[in-house]
Design a protein around this ligand. Structure first.
Ligand SMILES: Nc1ncnc2c1ncn2[C@@H]1O[C@H](COP(=O)(O)OP(=O)(O)O)[C@@H](O)[C@H]1O
Ligand SMILES: [Mg+2]
Length: 370
């Protein structure tokens, strides 16, 4: 291999695979790279065919090799399927932290993992819980955090549509890899429910399903795993309390004082399950008219009052902005479609407040100081 080829191979190995979030070198996806005269030919090994982000991957490869190859057009990318051994290697790489020892596909579950699990809850539906979860996830990702979002609202299932997820998770043998959209790895329990059938989830079913969504799917070790919880006090909180006692809870409410009591119940339920309630988010706080006047359409003070009664901070007040709903309907979150607008600013402030809180300190009897 010439020096040039070695350089090309190094540049290619460093390219990050969009769906898996790891380098092609680590994943063992580089099969061949050859430069002949003015063209560079790359062959990548794919874990499954079709590979959902093959075009994006090829684009990244062309972008990375273009400068050395005399232009992106000079780089051609071909794909071929992985062998069983290559797939096993790839799965082992996914189960290990970059450069480290294997720890399982879901390192976020291990004690001491850096992942903050944050359950977004509300007393009732329609207060904007999913809108907050989606835009908070995008805002955190935009600030450089690695973010997963689990839609566990089995009665809502709105997260994939709101985030703009247009494909199902990819199965690499028995490992389910949720797609990454707008920097957020997202999995919904809704994928596994037929569209036109009402589902009545009983506690044990939900418990099993949630376990599966957390254990069988690939999440790696993101900085945040946000969980859009079903409204109310129910079973998902119970299951989270059992599987993931590190889960922190934030409560979304609306400004009218009457909404408080309903929201409070979900906070009390979380506390009963020993999940720490970290803060309150008030949504639909005001609407800014074209003359700049703020109209408090749904009253005022509900978020602050709830925060005080729970003795936690009010993390953010999110205005009512028509683009929030429009973005949700077309699958482009407002934090993406209008990153400098009023709503985006509120979600950025929320992301900062969540980061500033730091992880909850939770006493766990299995942790001992030696
Ligand atoms: N801040 C906001 N501004 C404008 N529309 C909003 C806002 N928050 C939520 N919505 C809209 O209100 C409706 C309910 O919000 P959603 O997030 O689905 O609530 P929940 O998950 O609590 O049921 C959706 O149509 C959503 O787009
Ligand atoms: Mg919802």
């Amino acid at each position: 291999m010439s020096a040039d080829d070695a350089e090309l191979r190094a540049a290619l190995s460093a390219v990050v695979e969009p769906e898996l979030g790891r380098s092609l070198g680590e994943l063992g996806m580089v099969r061949a790279v050859r430069s002949r005269r003015r063209a560079v030919e790359v062959t990548l090994a794919l874990p499954t065919e079709p590979w959902p982000v093959a075009d994006e991957l090829a684009g990244r490869v062309r972008l990375a090799l273009g400068p050395g190859a005399g232009g992106e057009d000079a780089v051609s990318v071909q794909f071929s399927p992985m062998s069983d051994e290559e797939r096993a290697h790839l799965k082992a790489a996914l189960a290990s932290p970059p450069g480290g020892e294997p720890g399982g596909p879901n390192r976020f579950m291990a004690p001491g993992s850096r992942t903050r699990l944050v359950g977004i809850s509300s007393g009732k539906g329609g207060v904007g819980k999913s809108s907050v979860a989606v835009n908070l996830a995008v805002a955190l990702a935009a600030s450089g955090q690695e973010v997963g979002l689990l839609d566990a609202d089995v009665y809502g299932f709105s997260v994939p549509r709101m985030l703009g997820v247009d494909r199902r998770p990819t199965a690499i043998d028995d490992l389910l890899v949720p797609p990454v959209v707008h920097g957020v790895r997202c999995l919904s329990m809704g994928y596994f429910v037929p569209d036109d059938q009402p589902v009545i989830w009983r506690g044990p079913m939900l418990h099993k399903a949630l376990e599966q969504f957390l254990v069988d799917a690939y999440w790696g070790e993101p900085d945040f795993l946000l969980i859009d919880m079903p409204p109310g006090t129910g079973d998902v909180a119970l299951s989270l309390g059992q599987y993931l006692p590190r889960t922190e809870i934030v409560v979304v409410t609306t400004p009218q004082p009457a909404a408080q009591r309903v929201a409070q119940r979900s906070a009390f339920a979380a506390r009963h399950l020993k999940l720490p309630v970290r803060g309150v988010i008030e949504n639909l706080s005001w609407f800014t008219g074209s003359d700049g006047t703020r109209y408090e359409l749904f009253g005022a003070g509900g978020g602050q009052a709830l925060a005080e009664s729970l003795d936690v901070p009010l993390l953010a007040r999110i205005p009512l902005v028509p683009e929030v709903r429009e973005g949700a309907d077309v699958g482009v979150p407002v934090r993406v479609s209008d990153p400098h607008g009023e709503a985006a600013a509120a979600f950025d402030a929320l992301a900062e407040a969540v980061l500033a809180l730091g992880p909850a300190r939770i006493y766990r009897s299995e942790l001992k100081v030696r």
